[in-house]
Design a protein. Structure first.
Length: 484
């Protein structure tokens, strides 16, 4: 068997686990809150702590993998993720569960950062879109399973079973990765670590993500939240200054001179900023307007996920032959049609009227993701793929974190926050009357329009991306790599 397929079989397990845990706890949060006696603020952090932990350390992990090797860090990440799942399953308080989710998130960061880099090392450039497209299917299947099966798992075995699920998968994945992966990456001979850069980047990014979360959910007053946001921005600007002057930077600023790398990451950030929020809003819509249960809501979102799964590998395969710019840009355009279509819904809309834009969103995002990742990863030198993958994933997670908060803020332009909270907590939203539902739809339309504008903005950098290898040769003086 060719090594690229062995590498794919291993990374699929990791991305599947990471995909499952991005959503599996969402449906179970009310149950967790009741059983652990947690308040609203604590239960929010059960979800957000995982995302924050899987974001803030990505650049350092990427840099370490470039120095010591991707396979070693990937194997360690599998083990850490499995240990975190076990600790989460035996947590006796909200604090313990939050700490366990931080461990999980750290392991997830090590898996996700290295998956794309390992596959890029193992795959010829003319097949990379196909391989990355298949790998992304695993993440989506995990997301679907996490969202649709969590209600069934909780009903049958309780919320702790959500984490039991990861343990056997994690043990198998750890052993399979140890036995089958081999190190073929080009290591960076400069082994010095940029700890000052790591400290400023991590502190700045954490402050910004925390402030967005706290402000969005009304956990803090406006002034402290904006102070945190400003301090975070200042630290990130200081980080850029450090990296420009560093001989061994955490993030090689020269990468941004490669148009495909810079444009691909900007497009991904904007797409994630729109994508995560719309999925969250659609989940709310199904439960508030259609009065669906958690399980029905998960099933109702299947058209979106199935469309993504079907078109992801097709787009990846075609982009290998016809180029990444065409399919990533076309995918964003189709997604934007879906976003703007959602602004037409009203209180009497049927599920079928909502399902059409769901399919468009799935088709568009499926067409965009694999070609965009392929474009980013194939544009950078081999000894920078770890940090490049780490930065790419950081942009994706930043967009996702900010998107959830932005969705809440935009929805509350049409419905007061207190009324919106009552709708979410109510076991029977329709019992509160039609007015709150209409107010929610008003906010939903505003949010859909704004997210549509943001996603449409991603079309510009996607279309303007240039020939990555030409930029790579010009900036780093490297010859084009031979197919593996």
């Amino acid at each position: 068997m060719q090594y690229k397929w062995i590498a794919l079989s291993v990374t699929i397990i990791g991305t599947l686990m990471a995909g499952i845990d991005t959503r599996i706890i969402i449906v179970g949060l009310p149950t967790v809150a009741r059983e652990l006696g947690a308040d609203v603020e604590s239960i929010i952090w059960v979800s957000q702590s995982y995302l924050l932990a899987s974001t803030v350390g990505l650049l350092l992990i990427g840099r370490i993998t470039d120095v010591v090797g991707r396979v070693k860090i990937y194997n360690i990440g599998f083990a850490i993720f499995t240990v975190g799942s076990f600790l989460a399953s035996i947590s006796q308080s909200a604090v313990q569960l939050i700490l366990s989710r931080i461990v999980q998130g750290t392991g997830s960061a090590m898996l996700i950062t290295n998956s794309a880099a390992i596959l890029t090392d193992a795959t010829p450039s003319n097949e990379l879109g196909t391989i990355l497209g298949i790998n992304q299917i695993a993440f989506r299947i995990g997301s679907v399973a996490g969202l649709t099966l969590s209600g069934v798992i909780i009903a049958m075995s309780g919320w702790r079973a959500l984490f039991y699920l990861n343990i056997p998968i994690g043990i198998f994945g750890t052993l399979w990765a140890h036995l089958r992966l081999r190190e073929i990456s080009t290591k960076d001979v400069q082994k010095k670590m940029d700890w000052l850069g790591f400290a400023t980047f991590t502190s700045g990014l954490t402050l910004m993500l925390l402030s967005i979360t706290l402000l969005s959910y009304g956990i803090t007053e406006a002034l402290p939240g904006f102070v945190m946001l400003t301090l975070g921005a200042i630290l990130l600007l200081f980080f850029i200054r450090i990296e420009i002057r560093s001989n061994a930077p955490l993030l090689d600023i020269r990468l941004f001179k490669i148009r495909e790398f810079a444009a691909g990451n900007i497009a991904q950030l904007l797409n994630a900023l729109a994508w995560f929020g719309i999925v969250l809003m659609l989940s709310f819509y199904m439960q508030i307007v259609f009065d669906f249960t958690a399980l029905q809501t998960g099933v109702s979102l299947l058209p979106l996920e199935v469309a993504f799964v079907l078109f992801g590998p097709i787009s990846g395969k075609l982009s290998d032959k016809y180029g990444t710019r065409l399919f990533s840009t076309l995918g964003l355009s189709v997604s934007s049609v879906g976003f703007f279509w959602l602004t037409r819904v009203n209180i009497s809309s049927s599920y079928m009227e909502v399902a059409i834009p769901l399919i468009l969103l799935g088709v568009g995002n499926g067409m965009f993701v694999a070609p965009n990742i392929s474009s980013i990863m194939s544009s950078v030198p081999a000894n920078r793929r770890g940090v490049a993958s780490g930065f790419r994933t950081t942009m994706f997670n930043i967009g996702g974190t900010a998107s959830a908060g932005l969705a809440i803020l935009l929805i509350t332009t049409g419905i007061p926050y207190s009324v919106f909270s009552s709708l979410l907590r109510s076991m029977n939203p329709s019992a509160l009357g039609r007015l709150p539902e209409q107010e929610f739809i008003n906010g939903f339309k505003v949010a859909s329009f704004v997210f549509g504008i943001i996603n449409t903005g991603a079309i510009i950098p996607s279309f303007l991306r240039g020939p990555g290898k030409a930029g790579l040769i010009k900036i780093y003086g490297e010859k084009k790599e031979k197919d593996k």
